[in-house]
Design a protein around this ligand. Sequence first.
Ligand code: ADP
Ligand code: MG
Length: 329
Amino acid sequence: MGEFDLIRQFFQRPVRRAALGVGDDCALLAPAPGMQLAVSSDMLVEGRHFFADVDPAALGHKALAVNLSDLAACGARPLAFTLALALPRADPAWLQAFAGGLLALADAHGCELVGGDTTAGPLNICITVFGEVPPGRALLRSGAQVGDDIWVSGTLGDARLALEALRGRARLPAAALAAARQRLERPTPRVALGQALQGVATSTIDVSDGLLGDLGHILAASRVGARLDASVATELIAICAGGSSAGGHFDLEIDVETRRQCALAGGDDYELAFTAPAGLAAEVRAAARQADAPVTRIGRIEAEPGLRLVDAAGQALPVQHYASFDHFA
Ligand code: ADP
Ligand code: MG
């Protein structure tokens, strides 16, 4: 199968909202008049972000999900994306599954594939997403104010727990591992929540590298500090709490330090962490209901720079133990 057959067979589809899609030198997008374009890229590299034997449908899903998560964190509505793909070989079965996972998530969000690049090489997937947001309404990292509540959506730490188990560093019963693995391999970007938080949240970030590290980006951009209740955040590991997307109940014996590592430093959660004025808690909950996304208040923005982490008894915990993942550290 040649390069152009491959593109035509798996990635070229009738255009919908775009003015021009796959097939020419450029795609042409038609954002609604007056809207700003929100643009973001994320790359997934074999051996670094996923294992070589990962289910290709899950990989297609995740490659787009992590990008949609950035649009969510900006409060933008997804429009379109491009796909730059390096492939070791043109395997039709693999491509069929990969495109299936990718395009199912794309269709669920009305986000169309408008172009890309295809080359032979070590498996590498780079997606750029385009979304639209009304001018002045994008959610940024820089707007947190002293006194704001800090919130997080959904659950934390399950993806990391799955990774620890897959690497043989944690033991999970098979059903629990299956539930946690869903979170690692098929994350759900909080696109509706991001849009619902426009005008309510003062700052937002998506939790991709670990809660504390990502929250640190909000604190730095907003020039504020924070106090965080580690016990509340640590209870957000769904499969430890007994709730999971699979609906199972698991009595897991996982020590508190491992739980903290997973919830606070885990990464790959793709939830939204955000701040909002304490007086807008009811509006935050209304936005969460509208978006069908649970939210939990986990801390408070303070004037004193830095992050203060406390346990349930109010005892200080060492923040540096929960630093997030850094590709070059
Ligand atoms: P060019 O050489 O002009 O950069 P290419 O020959 O690389 O274009 O690609 C031909 C067309 O196919 C272009 O419209 C490009 O956007 C599209 N395309 C290439 N690879 C992909 C892909 N993986 N997914 C979607 N569209 C792709
Ligand atoms: Mg060209």
